[in-house]
Write a protein that binds this ligand. Structure first.
Ligand code: M6R
Length: 607
């Protein structure tokens, strides 16, 4: 019978943990081990085959650690099979009670990715799996959740990593695990009676729950399920998702995944007969949305750009008054919203601190809240009244690509849904659905411009000045293009609505300025053609993104990238692809760290 006992608080951890160990003396075990963590995160591990009394760890100054008593299931009784077990770099230490049934297949997969195993246990796979997710750009909490969601079998798991000082992560499925709380001290134990002698309060973890434990604080989440009585859904993260396959970078892989990701996002949601959408994963009723008088979209970064597009779609199709707010601003303002407002929080990761704070603020003010997120079970998804998932799969590259276009696809469906409740006709609904259905194959076509964009990037990667112009539905794509260039190619770029150029930025245009003009056929087309003439007159270089068949553009632009014809409101999903590829190839030629650019994190969980 294996056992786990851990502590985090402001007392010396070693003494408390050894006292806890002594209380397990009735348990059968064949080996044991201990991890202590210093305040800076460094780990000290000591293990041994044999009985408890022989363990005499030197110990460091530590307020966080756990021990494990092992009763062997896989592998002989020896030090290397004793827990804590670690990843390749010994930065992640885990203890596990239970049995991982699919460990062989996970182990082979991880070995083929270069992981070296030192034990014969089923448990070691957990540390390497978490490591693999971290290597691929996930933060610790996501890596922990993603890895655990791959496990089949029973488990009570404790983890301490060098990445997070004084934090214990735990998860449970089918094996007992309890938390204990006493002032600033937090305990975790596989035996409730042991924890009872240290704590004033016991917290029972349910199966399929995880918990992040810090001094005097803990937060519990679901590994696979929505809370708020939403339907259950398992994390659907295949190991393939964390491999680059034939691509050099995750960003490139994720750009090329977009046809299938948009397909996943649309799947099962379109009712062509009714010209309408059904969001089976959202608990919003028709009645809830019908009473809505205004909408506020709240987001950060690329999600904010997607929100700008959603805002236009909602106004056009549903005729609902709506606006877009930066989460970092909204949370500190005195916004005028009411019970008849719907606040829509867009967040790929579902963990962005400003967006989460805005969600809580909107709830305090009585508004209804709807999250649009890619991360199943994320905090924003759980705390909002309802959530629509984008289903774009794990996005590892820090630069959002497939996450962004899937958000636009969800927003277009939401606009159809809200529109159909009001004045949007069944025929208009059907026309949009038809065009949505064609998107995956149209994106495939746009991806064929990859070589052209690569060649263009090779020609101009030493240039320094870039401007992105768009209008209407493609104004946010201009903003997104500039953001992509900044974050992956470290190039300064400005994005703006083309109508603003004459109000100042035109002064910048000369032969050194490269202007990416997003000008697909549609309502804004004629307005932007005058910008092209103005740029040309000042010897600026034009890279136009236009609609196939528009040969006029070749007469004025230095380079033309074509996208196929689609509805005006859906053009951003196509024009987003060349601006992503453009940034990607410029970054490659400039030798940048594409998937993990300097100073950036995938989820911005701090203010
Ligand atoms: O996970 P979120 O959608 O809430 O993230 C918001 C921004 O941090 C994110 O879009 C960021 O701007 C991306 N790195 C852009 O590529």
């Amino acid at each position: 019978m294996s056992a786990i006992f851990g502590y985090v608080g402001n007392e010396p951890a070693k003494e408390l943990i050894l006292t806890g160990m002594a209380k397990f003396s009735g348990h059968k075990y064949d080996s044991c081990g201990l991890v202590l963590q210093s305040q800076t995160g460094a780990l000290e591990i000591e293990k041994m085959a044999g009985s408890l009394k022989e363990l005499s760890c030197k110990g460091i100054v530590s307020h966080c650690g756990f021990f494990h008593l092992r009763w062997a299931t896989h592998g002989s009784i020896c030090i290397s099979n004793a827990h804590p077990l670690t990843d390749c770099k010994s930065k992640i230490s885990i203890a596990h009670n239970g049995l991982i049934e699919n460990y062989q297949s996970l182990k082979s997969k991880l070995q083929s990715l270069g992981h070296e195993f030192v034990s014969e246990t089923d448990s070691e796979v957990i540390a390497h799996l978490i490591e693999q997710f971290i290597n691929s750009g996930s933060d610790t909490i996501d890596a922990f959740k993603f890895a655990i969601s791959q496990l089949e079998g029973t488990f009570a798991i404790a983890m301490i990593t060098e990445y997070d000082p004084e934090t214990i992560y735990v998860a449970k499925n089918g094996s007992p695990l309890f938390l204990g709380e006493s002032d600033n001290s937090m305990f975790v134990s596989s035996d409730a009676s042991v924890i009872g002698s240290f704590s004033e309060r016991i917290v029972y973890l349910d199966d399929q729950e995880y918990c992040v434990i810090k001094q005097g604080d803990y937060s519990i989440g679901s590994l696979y399920n929505f809370t708020n009585s939403m339907q259950s859904e398992k994390f659907n993260i295949e190991l393939e998702m964390i491999e680059k396959g034939k691509y050099d970078h995750f960003m490139c892989k994720e750009i090329f995944e977009q046809p299938s990701r948009i397909e996943d996002c649309l799947r099962g949601r379109m009712n062509e007969k009714e010209g309408n959408i059904h969001f089976s994963d959202s608990s919003f009723s028709h009645k809830d949305l019908f009473g809505i008088k205004d909408m506020v979209f709240i987001a950060c970064g690329s999600s904010w750009h997607a929100a700008l597009i959603g805002n236009m779609m909602i106004e056009n199709l549903a005729k609902i008054s709506s606006k877009v707010e930066y989460a970092s601003e909204f949370r500190y303002r005195q916004p005028v919203i009411s019970e008849s407002s719907l606040v829509i929080l867009l967040s790929q990761s579902g963990e962005t601190a400003d967006t989460l704070a805005s969600l809580r603020r909107a709830k305090e003010l009585g508004a209804k809240t709807l999250a649009i997120s890619n991360a199943v079970g994320s905090t924003i998804a759980r705390e909002a009244d309802s959530c629509i998932y984008t289903h774009s799969g794990l996005e590892i590259g820090v630069a959002s690509t497939k996450g962004f276009t899937s958000q636009i696809a969800v927003l277009s469906m939401l606009a159809v849904y809200c529109g159909r409740m009001r004045k949007l006709s069944i025929f208009e609904g059907r026309e949009i659905l038809d065009s949505l259905k064609n998107l995956p194959q149209l994106i495939d076509k746009v991806l064929k411009s990859d070589d052209q964009l690569k060649q263009l990037a090779q020609e101009i990667y030493t240039q320094q000045f870039f401007l992105f112009l768009g209008r209407g539905f493609n104004y946010p794509i201009a903003l997104e293009g500039a953001l992509k260039l900044k974050e992956v190619a470290y190039l300064h770029a400005d994005g703006m609505t083309a109508g603003e150029m004459k109000h100042g930025p035109i002064a910048l245009i000369d032969e050194n300025m490269y202007v990416v003009v997003i000008i697909p056929n549609g309502t804004a087309y004629d307005k932007i053609t005058s910008n092209l003439a103005e740029i040309k007159a000042r010897q600026g270089k034009i890279i136009a993104i236009g609609t196939e068949g528009n040969t006029e553009l070749q007469n004025i632009a230095d380079h033309v990238i074509y996208v196929p014809l689609t509805l005006d409101m859906l053009t951003p999903i196509l024009t987003a692809i060349p601006i992503q590829l453009f940034a990607y190839h410029l970054a490659v030629f400039r030798g940048m760290y594409i998937d993990q650019p300097r100073n950036l994190a995938k989820s911005v969980t701090v203010e």
